[in-house]
Ligand binder design. Structure first.
Ligand SMILES: [Zn+2]
Length: 124
């Protein structure tokens, strides 16, 4: 029985499109690695301890436990903003929607999506 030479194949092309996608995202945004640091985990834990409820849910008079420490202003890879905030606590659904909007704005600067839409306040 011949064993299939798995390692010899260009596995990134067929089996792991997500991984490839992640890698490209990381390349474009090296600050993603900062989320894995102990320093960030401490900031996040402190934020969630100080404000345990989702700020966006509270605006709708809904009480939801927050699980995400979010940057109120998009940090855009700026270390000052990344580490110093300001932060808010969000539930995951709110964080994901807010973050996607922020990232789409950042991506437009790089000319990846919707280059037709001008992005206001992209300066530093
Ligand atoms: Zn929420």
């Amino acid at each position: 029985m011949p064993s299939s030479p798995k390692t010899a194949r260009p596995s990134f092309r067929c089996d792991a499109p997500d991984n490839d996608y992640e890698q490209r995202r990381r390349k474009r945004a090296p600050w993603r690695a900062w989320y894995g640091t102990a320093r960030w985990r401490r900031i996040r834990a402190n934020q969630l301890a100080t404000e345990p409820l989702c700020a966006m849910c509270l605006r709708e008079d809904i009480v939801t436990t927050a699980t995400v420490c979010d940057h109120i202003d998009p940090h855009r890879g700026n270390p000052e903003r990344f580490w110093n905030g300001p932060f808010q606590s969000l539930c995951k659904p709110h964080h994901d929607s807010a973050k996607q909007q922020a990232e789409n704005r950042v991506s437009r600067q790089g000319g990846r999506v919707n280059p037709a839409t001008p992005s206001p306040a992209t300066g530093s």
